[in-house]
Design a protein around this ligand. Structure first.
Ligand code: NCD
Length: 292
């Protein structure tokens, strides 16, 4: 059975197939897709707005249905001490696919074999967020073409705890990007030996050279550390200093790192990422449910 727990789980040709489906959905509003008619269960042991609602909207728009536990730490039998293994075993008796987010890094991976249906990770601790990486890559390709090589991409924000950065880095491996790292909070927990990149503390001077600026918030819920290495805050004016073709990405939610004035700058694509998340998750659900 196929589960999606890591961005590493996608082969390049599978991504191409998924993006073709997602692109068609965005043009035809899914009218060409066959009704999945399946029941999806969403289990969120951590807060979420975009990921949970986009998965649920995706399932419903595909003609499926959804049952959901949000705040699952307090509102499911986890509160009574039930293990995630038992929760997966139980919920998979009811549904055709489980979407799950959990604050512990390895919890989903350790329990997944107990599920009798496919499981999609919607975020595992500080480790991975594979479907965010998919929609991020989809957004990059929408802006720079299907084979985006040799772009200057800078990651900034919380490099220690941003799982979205780690997952996206895995998906970017085949593209020969020039990766720059600007840590505002903490040292990255990733094994950077695997990634060819260089550290750059001077975000202001780099702005005119960057094609993709990928920003993240400080994950204050995961650390007591308040140290803020850089006080960079994106504004409309700073965005104007970038190339006209450059894009500013963010998985959202944003905090102080992006001033709302940036939203009206055409380089800001973070709300396009949100929309793309719906198309990509519709594609993924229909692909997994039709192939499993
Ligand atoms: C991210 C997450 O949950 O990892 N948000 C998201 O899913 N779009 C980023 C974050 O929480 O900062």
């Amino acid at each position: 059975m196929r589960h999606i727990l890591s961005a590493k789980d996608f082969k390049k040709d599978e991504i191409a197939e998924l993006f073709k489906i997602a692109g068609n959905i965005s043009l035809t509003n899914s009218k060409l897709l066959k009704n999945i008619g399946k029941l999806v269960g969403t289990l969120f042991f951590e807060p979420s707005t975009r990921t949970r609602l986009s998965f649920e909207a995706a399932a419903i728009k595909l003609g499926g249905q959804v049952i959901s536990v949000e705040s699952a730490m307090g509102n499911s039998s986890a509160k009574k001490g039930e293990s995630l293994k038992d929760t997966f075993k139980t919920v998979s008796q009811y549904v055709d696919l489980i979407v799950v987010r959990h604050p512990e890094d390895k919890a989903i991976e350790d329990a997944v074999e107990y599920s009798d249906v496919p499981v999609i990770s919607a975020g595992s601790g500080v480790e991975e967020h594979p479907t965010q990486a998919l929609l991020d890559l989809f957004t990059i390709k929408n802006n720079f073409g299907s084979d985006p090589q040799k772009l200057n991409i800078m990651f900034t924000g919380d490099l220690a705890y941003s799982r979205t950065i780690k997952s996206l880095l895995y998906l970017l491996q085949p593209y020969n990007m020039n990766i720059m790292i600007n840590p505002m909070h903490g040292e990255p927990t990733l094994n950077w030996d695997d990634v060819s990149c260089y550290w750059d503390d001077d975000i202001y001077n780099q702005l005119p050279n960057i094609d993709i600026l990928y920003m993240t918030r400080h994950q204050t819920e995961r650390t007591k550390e308040t140290r803020n290495k850089s006080r960079f805050r994106m504004t409309y004016q700073f965005a104007e200093a970038m190339k006209s073709s450059a894009i500013i990405m963010h998985p959202l939610p944003r905090n102080e790192e992006i001033d709302p004035s940036t939203d009206r700058n055409p380089r800001a694509v973070y709300f396009s990422q949100v929309k793309n998340g719906l198309w990509v998750r519709m594609a993924l659900l229909s692909w997994l449910l039709n192939n499993n």
